[in-house]
Design a protein around this ligand. Structure first.
Ligand SMILES: CC(C)(COP(=O)([O-])OP(=O)([O-])OC[C@H]1O[C@@H](n2cnc3c(N)ncnc32)[C@H](O)[C@@H]1OP(=O)([O-])[O-])[C@@H](O)C(=O)NCCC(=O)NCCSC(=O)C[C@@](C)(O)CC(=O)[O-]
Ligand SMILES: NC(=O)C1=CN([C@@H]2O[C@H](COP(=O)(O)OP(=O)(O)OC[C@H]3O[C@@H](n4cnc5c(N)ncnc54)[C@H](OP(=O)(O)O)[C@@H]3O)[C@@H](O)[C@H]2O)C=CC1
Length: 445
């Protein structure tokens, strides 16, 4: 199932009330009452399911879920469920997606689901001899690994190759070099950690037999650099004009942000945090292992030995061109995907994508979030858009009743001080009848 973005059915969605949003989403995406209830959290995980998922469970914990809108990737339109506690991220993704959509959308690709399983071998004697013996048994070892996951092999996946790596000992030349066997495993629709770990534990004894060495660790690597996803967008500069500034100036600010991130790891960390704002949020909504995604992304950002940005921006022939590349080990089967009703509903909203299609979408969401942030940072600054939206949570933190939240938030933005103390004062003035009341949903924040 896909949605037709050309009808702009979700334009102005943020101006609707909660009830109107639910009705619109259910109607446009064909959600049943049960699916809608699962998505909104009304019929969520439940204590019993939580009990089966983690240890010492007491219950479950809620976070806001919103929809990233206007996303167009490889010609297909998506509504992206996003779970996040931070204001302005979902607005930013939707904003940038709308902008990129008006220029044709994102073009993305994702590599097959090839992951690395690692086996650490010690006390093997001569490194060249051990390496030779392992490589000579390559077919036997791959067959052994595959015999442990016959279903995966039947689906076209499984262990495809192995490599032997010799690494310098961390203690220096006096230490034994580290010998690490890498199995390259196609995990198909699974993220793959459990599949791989089973294989690594199963083949390790044979590696000990072959070399007379001793195996210690047997585990996947989260640096999933054989499972990269890439997304790209090309935006004519005139589409960028805003805040009374020409598009060329906005594009220049974005390119300067990119140069800054390329030159300075201090900036690159924040640049990538912005990217992960979007990716983590859709990862949570779709039940992914977001720690694995985070670990992979940052390790990849440091692959050259110097931490750098996951995305870059340049100006080319009157266009702004953005590109992102990162490892994305995603699953559409297994784990919480079967258990959590909200995750199942999120997949329905996304049109049941496969793992590689999902990775194309994740990369595009990351690039969209990055575009919105660097566009603001390189022009008017982040606070204008971000603090205006953050003001609503500040108003709630100050104890503002729901019907007054918009009024208090608007006042905080107007006064240029988005703080809880100030919100309490504004609330006091409202209660004392000093300020007029503004109804929610009838004005932009
Ligand atoms: C906040 C905006 C989008 C406003 O921008 P705007 O110009 O007021 O937006 P607009 O009124 O032109 O609306 C355009 C579209 O944006 C969306 N939109 C617009 N407003 C809303 C809203 N209230 N709720 C939901 N969606 C909204 C919405 O999709 C709308 O289209 P429509 O659906 O109406 O046809 C803009 O100022 C912006 O993108 N700012 C950047 C915000 C940002 O990046 N936040 C991330 C958190 S900051 C951070 O943690 C990361 C950082 C910054 O440190 C990373 C880094 O340093 O690189
Ligand atoms: N470092 C890390 O990142 C670690 C992460 N984890 C956790 O591991 C979990 C992910 O491991 P993963 O192995 O993906 O999950 P699962 O253990 O849930 O395995 C996925 C299952 O899906 C089944 N399956 C059905 N259809 C397919 C298909 N088309 N392609 C592939 N598999 C299919 C496979 O079973 P069958 O082939 O038998 O049908 C497989 O057992 C996450 O919960 C993660 O948090 C665990 C340890 C470490």
């Amino acid at each position: 199932m896909g949605i037709d973005i050309s009808r702009s059915i979700f334009s102005g969605f943020h101006r609707l009330s909660l009830e109107e949003r639910c009705a619109r989403v259910a109607a446009e995406l064909g959600l049943s009452d049960a699916e809608l209830a699962a998505l909104t959290g009304e019929e969520g995980l439940g204590a019993e399911k939580a009990y089966s998922m983690v240890e010492n469970a007491l219950g479950y914990f809620s976070l806001p879920l919103g929809l990233g809108l206007h996303l167009r990737v490889n010609g297909r339109a998506y509504v992206a469920p996003m779970v996040i506690e931070e204001a302005s991220v979902i607005a930013a993704v939707s904003f940038a997606a709308k902008l990129v959509g008006s220029a044709g959308g994102f073009i993305a690709e994702a590599e097959p689901s090839l992951m690395v399983g690692q086996i650490q071998l010690t006390r093997y004697g001569d490194p060249a001899w051990a390496q030779e013996h392992i490589l000579a048994a390559r077919s036997e070892l791959l067959d052994l690994a595959n015999a442990l996951q016959p279903q995966l092999v039947r689906r076209g996946g499984g262990a495809k190759d192995l490599e032997v790596r010799l690494l310098d000992a961390p203690e220096g030349p006096q230490g034994e070099p580290l010998l690490v066997v890498h199995f390259l495993i196609d995990t198909q629709e699974a993220m793959g950690a459990n599949l791989i770990n089973t294989m690594m534990e199963g083949v390790a004894p044979r590696i000990e037999e072959l070399t007379g060495g001793r195996v210690f660790l047997r585990i996947l690597s989260n640096l999933a650099d054989r499972r990269l996803a890439r997304s790209r967008c090309v935006i004519p500069e005139e589409l960028l004009s805003d805040y009374g500034m020409p598009g060329a100036d906005i594009a220049e600010g974005i390119v300067q942000a990119s140069r800054f991130a390329q030159a300075d790891p201090y900036r690159a960390a924040t640049h990538n945090k912005g990217i992960m704002n979007g990716i983590d949020a859709i990862a949570l909504a779709t039940g992914q292992d977001w720690r694995a995604i985070e670990a992979g992304a940052h390790a990849y950002a440091a692959r050259t030995g110097r931490y750098g940005p996951l995305s870059t921006w340049k100006r080319e022939d009157g266009n702004l061109v953005g590109e992102i590349e990162l490892p994305l080990a995603l699953g559409t089967v297994g784990g919480p995907l079967l258990v959590h009703p909200g995750v199942k509903a999120a997949f329905k909203v996304l049109g049941q994508p496969g793992a590689r299609e999902l990775a194309c979408l994740f990369a595009s969401v990351g690039l969209a979030q990055n575009l919105a942030a660097v566009r603001a940072l390189g022009s008017v600054g982040i606070q204008k858009g971000h603090m205006a939206l953050h003001a609503r949570s500040v108003a709630v933190s100050a104890g503002t009743p729901p019907e007054w939240v918009e009024t208090v938030a608007a006042r905080l933005v107007q006064q240029g001080e988005v703080k809880v103390d100030r919100a309490r004062r504004v609330l006091g003035e409202l209660k004392g009848g000093v300020l007029p009341f503004v109804s929610p949903h009838n004005e932009d924040t």
